[in-house]
Design a protein around this ligand. Structure first.
Ligand SMILES: NC(=O)c1ccc[n+]([C@@H]2O[C@H](COP(=O)([O-])OP(=O)(O)OC[C@H]3O[C@@H](n4cnc5c(N)ncnc54)[C@H](O)[C@@H]3O)[C@@H](O)[C@H]2O)c1
Length: 246
């Protein structure tokens, strides 16, 4: 698919990886709508990105936002499911004997933020693509944690679910010319990574990575663009992790 001239929706694009992806697609000539719940971050976006305040865990809000985007731009060709919340909690914490096990409420919250959100937005967008006979491209941002990461029961399960939905949708939606792929980043140098990992864990990650460094947000954006542009890639989960295995 030609990115130039296409209309793209990037969820969670007001900062971090999503902002890098939105900027990259815009630089390649797409009209880019950034959907995020963070009004303050949206207000600070450069003018060439079209901001849309929406919480991607709320189906009705998302449906209305997708309808508004199509009314404003005439079409929607590309969806990047990037919004998510990195979350870590051990399954068993013996240091906290009164509440030793992973909290179920926080498990559910993480699944809603990282998995349900992808279902909700993709459902709203694909409905419009099928009704309008738009041959679209969907790329979801998964994670290396989908392989099962220590201390991340809920987040790992959610991202593994994203991979499974990507492959399922690639099989169901191909008949309408809609392709579904995912990018699974390793550890990328973003404020969220630096906030989630302390200095010693960061050092350990870098020394365990064959390329001996964190990834760059731009490198994830380049992988997203490659999956959009290549019309025979479908059902792919593309690792962008410097060769790290967990
Ligand atoms: N940073 C990394 O190293 C890394 C690695 C692997 C995967 N990922 C994945 O990449 C994606 C982006 O991560 P990031 O590090 O840039 O995170 P981030 O926290 O910097 O940015 C996430 C953005 O999503 C938005 N968002 C979160 N929940 C939302 C909701 N319900 N509705 C609307 N907007 C919402 C936030 O407001 C924020 O702008 C996530 O899916 C994350 O799981 C990140």
């Amino acid at each position: 698919m030609e990115i130039k001239g296409a209309v793209a929706l990037v969820t969670g694009g007001a900062q971090g990886l999503g902002f890098a992806i939105a900027s990259h697609l815009s630089g390649l000539g797409a009209t880019v709508v950034v959907a995020d719940r963070n009004a303050e971050a949206l207000a600070g976006l450069p003018e060439h990105l079209d901001p849309k305040q929406v919480d991607v865990t709320r189906p009705e809000e998302v449906k209305a936002a997708v309808a508004e985007i199509i009314a404003r731009h005439g079409r929607l060709d590309i969806l990047i499911n990037n919004a998510g919340v990195i979350f870590s909690e051990p399954f068993v914490n013996i240091m906290n004997p009164d509440a030793m096990m992973h909290d179920y409420g926080r498990y559910r919250d993480s699944l809603i933020a990282n998995l349900d959100s992808v279902f909700i937005v993709t459902s709203a967008v694909v409905e419009q693509m099928v009704r309008r006979r738009i041959k679209g491209a969907i790329v979801s941002i998964s994670s290396i944690s989908a392989q099962g990461n220590e201390g991340q029961t809920a987040y790992s399960a959610a991202k593994a679910g994203v991979n499974a939905m990507t492959v399922t949708w690639s099989k169901e939606l191909g008949r309408w010319g809609i392709r579904c792929n995912a990018v699974a980043p390793g550890f990328v140098d973003t404020p969220s990574t630096r906030g989630a990992l302390n200095e010693s864990v960061l050092k350990h990650v870098q020394s365990s990575t064959p390329l001996r460094r964190l990834g760059k947000a731009r490198e994830v954006a380049q992988a997203v663009a490659a999956l959009i542009e290549n019309d025979f890639m479908n059902g792919v989960v593309l690792n962008v992790n410097g060769g790290l295995t967990i």
